[in-house]
Design a protein around this ligand. Structure first.
Ligand code: AMP
Ligand code: ZN
Length: 561
């Protein structure tokens, strides 16, 4: 009943209401015409044929002729009468059978059907919606984040002020709200105050605006991805809980993986005293030795977590040979890393890194290398307005002989970081052909191009989207974790009570979950124990630092926590 009323109400609003007036006028015209014809009918019958009919009979005759029913019970028998009957028939066909239905369809039926079929955007979330993630700004990072949210059954909603985008995203099956993110009413309508997290992934000024608007009524944490380093303070002042300088992080990622300088240059991240570092074998006494022969553990106490091979972290055994281009991932304290540096000796700095693309990521990579005193050559086809400190070779890196003339033959590392993946694939291929021994690290702007970049000859591909998505996911899950590569994290976890009193071997952590214990943080806060022996007894209050794939990590939590 309610829906019939609402459908009828449609005809009383806006354009439909205007059209209703036109229809009323037209019907009045038809009534006048019918009455006029009825009068003429009576007059002609009386004066031509001497027959008298009532006015009702006149209307009856007119309607049967106009609608072409023509029962034939009342007919003219004179020529003027026939002519009049023909005129009435033709005008009936025209005004009653053609114009009226056409007008009804075009003015009412078609607009009504169109209105029924038109996408009606969702403008608010139901009352009682809670613990959802609100996402402003769809991009490849968010596209990589969504499968993680889905697999962890974390509800999320995408908010966009762009009608076409709202339609597109809803067609893809996402939950979408159409509205301006900086509008307080929209924020209330999407239950921002009851949300678990808000991801503000728009421009820095828009993100500032969202934070300020939200802080007027809610304390929901907001995580933002930073565009310009100088806006970090402003975003924090506006109330952002976490500001992620993704471009800077990506620049550092790219830079750490190209340089072949000593071990200390490669600390990736740390958990308190435990540091996770990458160590390039090139130029050290370990080249062509097996891990057992290299005795890294015995000499330094450092533990080998794995070895990078074309972007994949492979488990290492004592027989694994350390090749010239191997990159070993280690865990240990800074003292242990110092000890490694003592063995490998101060490296002669023969690095020369080429950075193709001096955008925000390329500039961050250059800044990182600068601090480590690694020489580099930057190439970009245009000036970076945000950077005045770096000297840049100007030109299109894909241009004929540009890289050769810049001396790429003598380069040890190549960072390919333009904003176009086709260009990156082309440059990776050119770099590999020109200098087969150069270490190439390429940036993938889109996840789907990672494979092509490896195929083109990259030693390591860093995908903006997957690094960003991993960082965001760790923030949302409040996880303390180090992202090593897609799908492999080092994470910290307090010892599950179930495991107290057991030895590491007896805990069956690796067997049950696939995770390995990298280190143990003792209860008394003393030095972390890297690569503990299988007989080590786990005690209540200890912290575990584990390494594993995302799935293993999940299994670990499900099984033990
Ligand atoms: P961003 O996305 O901020 O890291 O910027 C990417 C940078 O790559 C921009 O500064 C572009 O000018 C640069 N770039 C894109 N294509 C080329 C190319 N063919 N040669 C040199 N630089 C390029
Ligand atoms: Zn710069």
């Amino acid at each position: 009943m309610k829906s019939i009323a609402s459908e009828l109400a449609y005809f009383l609003r806006g354009r439909a209401r205007q059209n209703l007036k036109v229809l009323a006028l037209y019907c009045a015209f038809l009534v006048v015409m019918t009455l006029g014809y009825a009068s003429v009918f009576r007059y002609l019958m009386l004066h031509l044929e001497g027959r008298e009919f009532s006015f009702i009979a006149g209307i009856y005759w007119t309607l049967t002729v106009m609608t072409t029913l023509g029962f034939g019970d009342i007919t003219f028998h004179t020529d003027p009468g026939y002519i009049f009957a023909a005129v009435v028939t033709i005008s009936g066909v025209l005004f009653l059978l053609i114009i009226l239905p056409f007008g009804m369809i075009s003015l009412f039926l078609a607009p009504w059907i169109e209105n029924r079929l038109r996408y009606k955007p969702t403008l608010s979330l139901p009352e009682g919606t809670r613990d959802h993630i609100i996402i402003f700004g769809m991009d490849p990072v968010i596209r990589s984040l969504i499968p993680k949210l889905v697999s962890h059954q974390i509800p999320f909603v995408l908010v966009t002020p762009d009608y076409a985008e709202a339609v597109r995203l809803e067609e893809e099956g996402f939950r979408v709200v159409f509205g301006r993110p900086t509008d307080a009413q929209v924020l209330r309508a999407i239950r921002a105050d009851a949300a678990r997290y808000i991801i503000a992934n728009l421009t820095d000024p828009e993100n500032v605006n969202i934070c300020l608007t939200l802080r007027g009524f809610s304390k929901t944490p907001v995580v933002t991805l930073l565009d310009e380093a100088e806006h970090q303070e402003l975003l924090l002042l506006a109330g952002a809980s976490q500001v992620i300088p993704l471009k800077k992080i990506l620049g550092r990622y790219l830079a750490t993986r190209t340089t072949t300088q000593g071990a200390m240059a490669h600390v990736l991240d740390s958990f308190g005293k435990l540091q996770i570092a990458e160590f390039p074998v090139h130029g050290t006494p370990f080249v062509n030795l097996s891990l057992a022969q290299a005795c890294i553990r015995q000499q330094t106490g450092l533990s080998v977590i794995g070895i990078w091979e074309r972007g994949e972290l492979k488990a290492a055994s004592s027989e694994t040979i350390l090749g010239e281009n191997s990159l070993v991932v280690l865990a240990g304290t800074s003292q242990q890393l110092d000890a490694l540096e003592q063995i490998t000796g101060e490296q002669a700095c023969d690095d020369l890194i080429f950075i193709l693309g001096h955008g925000r990521i390329g500039c961050a990579a250059a800044g990182f290398l600068d601090r480590k005193a690694v020489p580099f050559i930057l190439v970009d086809r245009q000036e970076n307005p945000h950077c005045k400190e770096h000297i840049v070779v100007e030109g299109d890196a894909t241009g004929r002989n540009l890289l050769k003339n810049a001396g790429i033959d003598a380069g040890k590392g190549l960072i390919v970081t333009t904003n176009d993946d086709s260009t990156n694939i082309f440059l990776t291929l050119t770099g590999r052909r020109t200098n087969p021994h150069i270490r190439i690290v390429s940036r993938a702007n889109r996840e789907e191009n990672v494979e092509q970049l490896y195929a083109a000859g990259a030693d390591f591909v860093v995908s903006n989207a997957s690094v960003g998505a991993n960082i965001l996911f760790n923030v949302i899950e409040s996880k303390e974790s180090i992202f090593l590569t897609e799908g492999i994290n080092v994470f910290r976890c307090p010892l599950p009570p179930k495991l107290a009193g057991r030895t590491i071997a007896g805990s069956e952590i690796r067997l049950r979950s696939g995770c390995s214990v990298v280190a143990i943080e003792p209860v008394d806060g003393s030095e972390v124990l890297v690569s503990p022996e299988p007989e080590t007894v786990l005690t209540q209050g200890m912290g575990l630092i584990l390494i594993g794939s995302s799935r293993s990590e999940e299994t670990f939590h499900q099984y033990f926590s």
